[in-house]
Design a protein around this ligand. Structure first.
Ligand SMILES: Nc1nc2c(c(=O)[nH]1)N=C([C@H](O)[C@@H](O)CO)CN2
Length: 123
């Protein structure tokens, strides 16, 4: 079993143009997005290990919050896959991306409704 570093960013609230129904197609709505990224890592991190031996966790935040302008994602699955693609292209050490998305606007009594997509690098 190989060691892996997991980078985590949770509970980003992002306004995204998404939804199936006509009332959802014109205005962005809030999604709560959480990411876990599995990265190849060195055998050991020492006190002076530079950031180049890891990946900046702010890259995860950027991938989840800077989405293409004017694009309407019918499903939140499409949002999740866009984020996965962005992270795989950025860095070959990214092995697995897990994206959890909760659609905040449809909660009636505080429940969390949404998806978790897990993708593995295929190339
Ligand atoms: N698996 C999914 N199911 C549903 C989605 C979705 O994006 N993925 N979206 C909707 C509607 O947009 C809904 O949230 C509006 O109330 C329904 N199911």
């Amino acid at each position: 079993m190989e060691d892996r570093l997991q980078l985590e960013v949770h509970d980003l609230e992002v306004q995204v143009l998404t939804g199936i129904y006509s009332e959802e197609t014109h205005l962005p709505q809030p999604l709560r997005i959480s990411l876990t990224v599995d990265l190849d890592c060195p055998a050991h991190y020492t006190p002076d290990t530079p950031l180049t031996e890891s990946k900046n966790y702010l890259d995860l935040k950027h991938a989840a919050t800077v989405l293409p302008e004017g694009v309407h994602f019918t499903l939140i699955e499409g949002v999740a896959d866009h984020i996965c693609d962005t992270l795989f292209v950025q860095d070959r050490r990214v092995r697995r991306v897990q994206v959890k998305i909760v659609k905040l606007a449809i909660a009636e009594e505080g429940e969390a409704i949404g998806i978790t997509l897990v993708r593995y690098r295929r190339d």
